[in-house]
Write a protein that binds this ligand. Sequence first.
Ligand code: PGA
Length: 247
Amino acid sequence: MRRKIVAANWKMNMTGETAHNFFSQLNQMTWPDDVDAIVAPPNLYLQGLHSIKGNAKLCGQNCHSEQSGAYTGEVSAAMLSDAGASYCLVGHSERRKYFLESSSFLKAKVTAILDNGLFPIYCCGETESERRNDTHFDVVKNQISNDLFGLSNSEFGKVIIAYEPVWAIGTGLTATSDQAQEMHYFIRSVVREKYGSDIADDVCLLYGGSCNTTNAKDLFSCKDVDGGLIGGASMDPQSFLQIAQSF
Ligand code: PGA
């Protein structure tokens, strides 16, 4: 179902203590009823945050595609679920770039996430040079169709898509609301072509890339933007709340 979502991606930041403090503070605040809060702490902290997370839902930052086995250092979707996560990020540009994650691996991860009862938050987005060369629409369409379009209708209905232009992540550069709306509209039409109007109208499309308290209102006012995936600005509970109040 299409709904308003503000999701925090803490990346490799925070400690057990600062993560606890974040939720203790957030729990004292009045969160808007019609906005879902999702927080992706480092996977290690998921279990410990379960009892303090309040109404927020927890999200893994990454998982392996296999259920178990000899993959030193990795965590399976089943383990994330066991640790209290309801969602898992997949396809983040940092994973694609630094860990060379291929489309076939991402596809397998999405399936593992769904098979374990979690919801994937699938990230896509073009680099600066791809936008400069005017290939950003093709790039995003290829990512989505390669990684997600093997899913059945009911599986796809569980996926949240985050459009995160790589040039805007952690750079302080943000897509303008026109650029965000244009791409989100495009993504919805690509989904419509494949899965039909009901599913396309329902899919939640988040914007990510230097989204913060200053620009969230502008971005969230776009017709096809259903919320944000927030990195840097999500680690302070006050600014996370303020972003959620920006719809
Ligand atoms: P940022 O990160 O808000 O710090 O740009 C967003 C993300 O990588 O999900």
